[in-house]
Each structure stands twice: as C-alpha cells, then as structure tokens.
Write a protein of this length. Structure first.
Length: 442
C-alpha cells in the first residue's frame, strides 16, 4: 500500500483538542504524522496525495449501537450492507446488538458473527453479547467466556433487563471482565401496551401511551444497583430530561455510569407522528419538545457521553401497517453525521465537542483504541464538509432497509471520503449517480 498524504485539511481531533489546518501522512495503514507542518518531498512520486480542499478531516466515527439482521433476517440487512451503509456515513467502528437469529448468547455464535464481519472488512465490527440467555431476562449468559471471545459489553438489546436480581449479578460479574452492562431503560410493564409518549399528542391520535417516567424509573432502579455493586452501567438511547438529570447526579456522585442518545431524540419530537407516520415510531418513543431540548442540552454539557445511530433496519411489511401494529425503529447510519451536525448549526455546541461524542468517548466506553488522530494508531478517518446542504434521500441509502424518519428532510453535512486502516472504503466523488425517486414516507 502506497503512503498517502491528506493535505490542506481542517484537522479535528477531540482527544487532543486539535483544530487546525494541516495534513495527515499515512503509512502501512497507520498514522505516521499529523499536524500543520506535515508535508512530503515533491520528488517522492511513490506517495499518493489527496487534496482535502479545506474540508474537515477527523477520526472515523465510532457508533456504539446498531442492529444487524445477519444471521437470521438477511432480507432486512446483511453484514455487507451494514458496513456499506456505515462507511457512507463516515463510521469506521461499530458495535452491534445481539438480537440476531439465533441470539448472540454463545461463544460459537459470537465468533461466527465476528468472522463474517471480518470477511467483509470495510470497518471494525465489535458485537455485544446477550446479557441473558436467549435475551429472555431470566438467566445470566456466560459473561466470562463471551468477554474472552471479544464481546465489548452485555445487553439484551431492545429489551429491558427487568429482573433486579439478574441485573445485580450482571453488574457484579461484568465488571470483573472490564465490560459495561448496557440497558434499554424502560420499565416494561408500563410500556407493554403503548406505542407513543403519553400525553396530548397520543390522546388526540387515539394511540396507547407510554408514560415518560417509565424511562427514569428504570434508570433510578439501576443506579441503586450500581451503588450496591460498583458495576459499570450504560443507559442506551436516553430520551427524557428526567433520566438525564438522574444520570447527571450519579456522575457527580462518582458512579461508573455513562449513557448515549440517538439523533432522533434531539432532532425530532412527538409531533413527527401526527400523520401516523410509522417511520417515526421509535422505542423509546419520540418525546415532548421539553424532553427534546433536555436531550440536546445533555449532549452539549457532556452528561450524554455518546451519540449512537441506533440503526434498526425494518422491511416495508413491518412499517406499512396501522401505527399500533408497526415495529418501532429507524435506520440511522447514513444520517448520523448530518443530523448530529444540526447541534452545531443551531449553536447548541461546537464542532469539536460534537465529534467528541461521535468518536473518542464511545470508544473509551467500549475500551477500544480508536477514535483519535494519534500517531501510530490505525488510519481510520472521515473527510466531510459540515456546511454542505443536502436533502436526505432514503432511496440512495446503502442499507437494505429505508425506514428513516428523516427521509426528504433538509440537512447540512456530507461525508466525502471514509478511510479504514489507510484504505479508502468510501469516496463520494467516485460513486456512480443514482436516479432519484420520491421520498418513501410512511
């Protein structure tokens, strides 16, 4: 592989707080030099030079929550299409949920998924293992064996770990192996019959509601168990101000607690479902405007550690049905960066802090040495233009599923190139044009 010089870039590295004009030299897939003074002698014709044209060059995004449907439901997504969608969105490291068929609750299944992902080879794939056997919430999985085989954490995916005794044991045992327990924070008995946030909008639409307090109730219970065990706890896709405030207080207390959210929870509110748009049906559901603002504020002040895509591919048959019968979830890999950049464009936070939530902080939560522009580290990079106006077009997604609540929406921010271990895995300028179609609303 020829050395590559990326010159004339705005370098952004949240880990070192670097924000300056300069370049990056890549040799043998790793970063050899980075900074304002990087250059290569013009007579060295064995070096490939990429003129970034003043665009932003940052560490590849680290997405700590996505679903792949392989094995078991390959008609919705495969590991190949998942990785193609990821690189189009600037993601070079991805943690996948264990809710495949069969569930990733056994070392052989974990290693099978790891091997399939490596065969595609466009990005880093790090699977979570199921916290409980079969994700049934009753019996703890083989935490030690799964951790030794590469599981970066333990979760029951889109299901809450409802049994307090099971959660206590998980927090105790997972900590011995340096892994977090990731919770879907929702009290299941309160959420069982609902599909929208309880309140005026759900009532007006005649939809069964889920009280917003179902989230903070589970978070507060789990925080008590963290105090009891000293375990590492991570709350996924937090969506309410109350839950964020509880986590903020726990952090101030010194507890080993982290959390993430997804772009829909700071970019949309419950008003997105008013036309019974099933593409806006989420779990947890879209919340009130006050909660949306609280989530954005939590991302800005650092209480929310990471922004995850919460990529959840579903086919048309799961979405084009009455709202109460539809399956919740949205694809998010290819909209992760442009929708998140909305927090910069509206003045909520600066670009370096936003990238911190998209790179180095999720990497640290998962114990991965990625997400930085460190010399000697793998050259996982994203080149993007933050102010480029775009219109989200789900028909152009590389994902096999198109269920996006942002389809047809204007945004700012476009990925131009994604580099994985020094190799270009996505180049917008080399992409063949595709015919546009009308947005697929549901």
């Amino acid at each position: 592989m020829r050395p590559t010089l990326y010159k004339n870039a705005r370098l952004l590295d949240p880990a070192s707080r670097l924000d300056a004009r300069g370049g990056v030299l890549v040799r043998d897939g790793r970063i050899a030099e980075v900074g304002p003074q990087v250059f290569v002698d013009a007579i060295q014709d064995d070096v490939e030079v990429v003129d970034c044209g003043g665009r932003c060059l940052a560490p590849g995004l680290v997405d700590m929550r996505a679903q792949t449907r392989e094995p078991g439901e390959e008609h919705m997504e495969t590991l190949a299409s998942l990785q193609a969608a990821a690189v189009a969105g600037g993601v070079t490291t991805l943690a996948t949920l264990p809710n495949t068929t069969p569930v990733i609750d056994d070392v052989s299944i974990l290693e099978f998924v790891e091997r399939l992902a490596q065969e595609v080879g466009l990005i880093n794939i790090h699977p979570y293992a199921a916290a409980t056997k079969g994700m049934r919430g009753q019996e703890m999985s083989e935490v030690g064996l799964l951790a030794a085989s590469g599981a970066v954490g333990f979760t029951d995916g889109t299901k809450a770990i409802a049994d307090a005794v099971v959660m206590r044991r998980l927090l105790s045992y997972a900590t011995m192996f340096g892994r977090p327990v990731i919770q879907h924070p929702e009290e299941p008995s309160l959420a069982r019959e609902g599909c929208a946030t309880e309140g005026e909008t759900a009532t007006r639409l005649g939809l069964p509601g889920i009280p917003a307090c179902a989230e903070v109730m589970m978070v507060e219970r789990d925080l008590q168990l963290v105090r009891l065990t000293g375990g590492r706890y991570h709350a996924a896709h937090v969506s309410t101000g109350a839950a964020i405030e509880a986590i903020r207080k726990a952090k101030a207390e010194g507890l080993a607690v982290t959390c993430d959210t997804a772009p829909q929870y700071f970019a949309l509110n419950e008003g997105a479902i008013v036309d019974y748009r099933t593409f806006a049906l989420m779990s947890p559901p879209l919340r009130s405007e006050a909660d949306r603002q609280a989530v954005a504020a939590g991302v800005a002040d650092g209480t929310v550690d990471a922004i995850a895509s919460d990529h959840n591919p579903e086919d048309q048959d799961s979405k084009r049905v009455p709202f109460t019968q539809a399956v919740p979830g949205a694809v998010g890999l290819e909209t992760l960066l442009p929708i998140s950049l909305g927090l910069v464009h509206d003045g909520t936070m600066d670009l370096l802090d936003l990238l911190d939530r998209l790179t180095v902080r999720p990497a640290r939560i998962l114990g991965l040495e990625v997400g930085t522009l460190a010399v000697g580290g793998w050259a996982d990079l994203v080149l993007f233009e933050p102010d480029r106006a775009v219109r989200i077009d789900a028909h152009r997604f590389r994902s096999k599923s198109k269920n996006s609540p942002f389809d047809g929406k204007p945004a700012q921010g476009r990925v131009w190139r994604t580099v994985y271990r020094g190799r270009t895995v996505f180049d917008l300028e080399a992409e063949e044009p595709r015919p546009r179609r009308e947005p697929a609303h549901a």
